[in-house]
Design a binder for this molecule. Structure first.
Ligand code: SAH
Length: 345
């Protein structure tokens, strides 16, 4: 079988080359590139300023592996969850989270996840494969369109907090972000993008070396190795000492602070020593803490700690001049909240 190539795997230069070698002008490559990315065309027939003959020739050689929004659910708080069908039939989820002043896209970087966080529904799916740069980019385009349609303004922020571990699909995530920030793509500012990681030290250092401009968030949940390993078993491979060292490297190189995401659970990390350890961890580099509400994924071992425990955390952090925010969950009724993305529908 003559398998056609995904045209969006080609760089702009490669596309220009393709047209030259087919006795056309390099400029044609620019036009097609614009259709593929900033105009997000789903088919060659959308490319109205390209001749029919050229469109047919493209169709004979390439496919556009565009994602499709398979099902869309709207929460009563305005959150929109998309089940996204990929060209090979696999499904990932992405979420649009509106507030009064902005809309945020929460996108996936992998189908499933190779990490094994005990409190996260995505972990139960296992990792099937990495998403391609265009599959990540397309999720953002789809949510930008929904933002304009439902909320009358363009997408304002992006968080890589959907399915998967972005730093385990680093190259493709970076390529997608390049397209999102490029004027030839969506032209969004890197400062409006946050990559969230469970903490892969080697890759955090790589990001620093690559001088990336987007924000970094780390899902910490505990600053005590024993506790963290019990809820995030990969912590044995990437212990807190290595994580801390990579974050110091990150800050030294980029001068940008880090956000720690943290859920407080009953009987797991609600003791005074847990708080003290977090405060100590926070002193290494400039940071802020987001206390996230727990979204139950079953009836079992994890339970959100009561207000009193949260207040203990907040007062201790504030006493030490560490900025702390409490993040309420959005879209819980449609399983769209943090840690609930599991292709249920
Ligand atoms: N792998 C990346 C991104 C995906 S998870 C990471 O770990 O950061 C996005 C955020 O949701 C992480 O902070 C994660 O710890 C948190 N999370 C996972 N399951 C959750 C749950 N059931 N309730 C609340 N937050 C959860």
């Amino acid at each position: 079988m003559n398998k056609k190539k995904d045209i969006r795997a080609l760089s702009k230069d490669q596309l220009r080359e393709f047209f030259i070698s087919n006795n056309d002008k390099a400029f044609r490559g620019n036009q097609v590139y614009e259709w593929l990315w900033s105009k997000a065309a789903h088919s060659f027939d959308d490319m109205t300023n390209i001749s029919k003959t050229t469109r047919n020739m493209l169709d004979e050689n390439f496919v556009i592996n565009h994602i499709e929004v398979d099902t869309m659910q709207r929460s009563n708080d305005g959150t929109v969850k998309n089940a996204i069908k990929l060209h090979d039939g696999l499904i990932v989820e992405s979420v649009l989270i509106p507030t009064k002043t902005r809309t945020t896209a929460c996108v996936s970087s992998q189908v499933g996840c190779s990490l094994d966080c005990k409190f996260c529904a995505t972990a139960r799916l296992k990792r099937m494969r990495n998403l391609n740069p265009d599959e990540i980019y397309d999720q953002v385009v789809a949510i930008d369109q929904q933002s304009r349609h439902y909320y009358n303004h363009k997408l304002s922020n992006i968080v890589f907090m959907g399915m998967g571990e972005p730093l385990m699909n680093y190259n493709n995530v970076l390529k997608a972000i390049d397209k999102i920030t490029s004027p030839e793509g969506l032209g969004m500012a890197a400062r409006r993008i946050t990559v969230s990681t469970s903490g892969v030290p080697k890759m955090i250092k790589k990001m620093a070396d690559d001088e990336v401009r987007f924000n970094l968030a780390v899902s910490l949940h505990s600053a005590i190795d024993e506790v963290r390993t019990s809820i995030m078993p990969f912590n044995t491979r990437f212990p807190l000492k290595d994580l801390r060292e990579s974050l110091e490297y990150w800050y030294a190189k980029t001068k940008s602070s880090v956000t720690y995401e943290y859920v407080v659970w009953n009987g797991i990390n609600d003791r005074k020593e847990d708080i003290d350890a977090l405060v100590a961890f926070c002193k290494h580099i400039p940071c802020k803490v987001n206390l996230i509400e727990y979204n139950p994924i079953d009836d079992g071992e994890f339970q959100q700690a009561p207000e009193r425990a949260l207040n203990n955390y907040i007062s201790n952090l504030e006493m030490n001049d560490i900025v702390v925010n409490v993040r309420r969950s959005r879209g819980k009724d449609i399983d769209a909240a943090c840690g609930q993305l599991a292709n249920k529908s």
